[in-house]
Design a protein around this ligand. Structure first.
Ligand code: ATP
Length: 296
């Protein structure tokens, strides 16, 4: 069996009456990229917080890079990079100074600091901005710096919380290139995201959470085939026609999802008599089917 970067067994986290994480089992093999998907309130952030030791599980066992959490969280954190969702860069400092501060926080030895900063600048493609104050950077540059800052100590595992939220598509693609490069260098990545395309592009494995539980886990293509089949039939029409299609599909034992003005019939490759547009099934179909919610 390959080495696990993350292992959760029966993990439960409660907040009063709310069970935010409800018996979660997760195995992340070292060197893979896992996309954590789920609707609002599914328990993604709570899971992330337990992995960094910011939050303590009520039940179950957590290991990060072979260290038991929360007891050995200090050792785990030394080899862990965390990119928060909220930009908490120091805007009064330059790009290089922000990185330097983190070389101290992560205890990068003095003789390695310069090289660590150069490497991070290069990864984030911010070499020519090293002396720019953070408040003069564009949104995309800031986000690249935020990720680069979590990499100064060459972590074996990186946790990315919604790395591209709120960015326009072109900038999102720049971030994807950065994440892809990290992955190709063998860094293990756990990334929470609301963007299905992001998970489909970058993740080796996707974990879909709903109400604190894992409802599906596996490579994106496999999940699509397993839950939505190879083809989806998209039927457009008036609400009464759509309701009819839903009944017909149910009679064939097929799942459907409403998408505004259409009904998508999953796994419809083999059904005759239904007229509509055929398209390949995708991860969004699986997400909606399993969580009952549209992606945000
Ligand atoms: P989002 O995509 O909106 O960030 P999420 O999947 O990250 O959602 P969590 O933030 O982990 O979900 O929340 C899971 C559940 O636990 C929610 O019902 C939330 O209200 C609750 N919760 C999370 N943190 C706390 C807290 N500190 N105190 C009380 N309840 C909390």
């Amino acid at each position: 069996m390959s080495e696990l970067a993350i292992s959760l067994r029966g993990v439960v986290k409660r907040y009063g009456q709310i069970t935010a994480v409800d018996g979660l089992d997760v195995s992340v093999p070292a060197g893979t990229c896992v996309g954590l998907l789920g609707p609002n309130g599914a328990g993604k952030s709570t899971t992330m917080r337990m992995l960094t030791g910011q939050s303590i599980a009520d039940e179950g066992e957590l290991e990060v890079l072979g260290f038991r959490m929360p007891g050995e969280s200090k050792q785990a954190r030394a080899q862990l990079g965390v990119t928060p969702q909220l930009d908490n860069l120091d805007v009064t400092l330059t790009v290089e100074q922000n990185l330097l501060v983190f070389t101290y926080l992560y205890r990068v030895p003095r003789r390695e600091r310069k090289e660590a900063i150069e490497r991070s600048l290069e990864l984030a493609r911010l070499e020519d901005r090293r002396d720019t104050r953070v408040d003069k950077l564009s949104g995309g540059m800031r986000r690249r710096l935020l990720i680069a800052r979590s990499l100064v100590h060459r972590p074996r595992l990186v946790l990315l919380d919604e790395p591209t939220v709120g960015l326009d598509p072109q900038i999102r693609q720049e971030l994807w290139a950065l994440i892809d490069r990290l992955r190709s260098e063998g860094t293990t990545i756990l990334m929470s995201t609301h963007y299905i395309e992001e998970a489909q592009r970058l993740a080796d494995t996707v974990l879909i959470m709903s109400h604190g539980k894992a409802v599906a886990a596996g490579p994106p293509a496999q999940l699509v085939l397993e839950h939505a089949g190879s083809e989806v039939l998209e039927v457009y029409g008036a609400p009464s026609r759509l309701a009819e299609v839903e009944r017909e599909a149910a009679a064939h034992g097929l799942s459907t999802r409403r998408t505004g003005t259409s009904v998508a019939v999953l796994g419809a490759g083999s059904v005759d008599g239904l007229e509509g547009e055929r398209r390949p099934a995708n991860l969004e179909d699986v997400f909606v089917l399993l969580t009952g919610e549209e992606i945000g």
